[in-house]
Design a protein around this ligand. Sequence first.
Ligand code: AMP
Ligand code: ZN
Length: 114
Amino acid sequence: MNDVNCLFCRVARGEVSAAIVAETPDCIAFRDINPQAPVHVLIIPREHIATLNDASDAATIGKLSLLAADVARKEGIADSGYRTVINTNAAAGQTVFHVHLHLLGGRTLRWPPG
Ligand code: AMP
Ligand code: ZN
């Protein structure tokens, strides 16, 4: 369920400090330590799931998106616009192997991403 050595499991357990912006029974949202936009929040399940490839529960993955929309409203970027991204494995640049949804906004985002 939880991985002792996983950075984001440690955030979920409160062992690593994070700027938490929202919590639900299943998910936590906290500010990215190296923000790529004025709003850059990571949304994670409390349960350890390494990558999207390892996910099987639709509700868990769906809740990440719904919490992202809630945080976007709270941060005042819901109407101007925002992006949600899950990087999976090396070619996408995944560096933390606990699935997380990036919520990015507060500036105009270019497409396609690099
Ligand atoms: P990814 O490259 O998709 O795996 O994203 C990992 C993200 O986690 C990066 O944007 C990092 O800046 C962010 N990150 C790494 N360590 C922490 C931390 N302790 N607290 C908040 N964000 C972090
Ligand atoms: Zn984990």
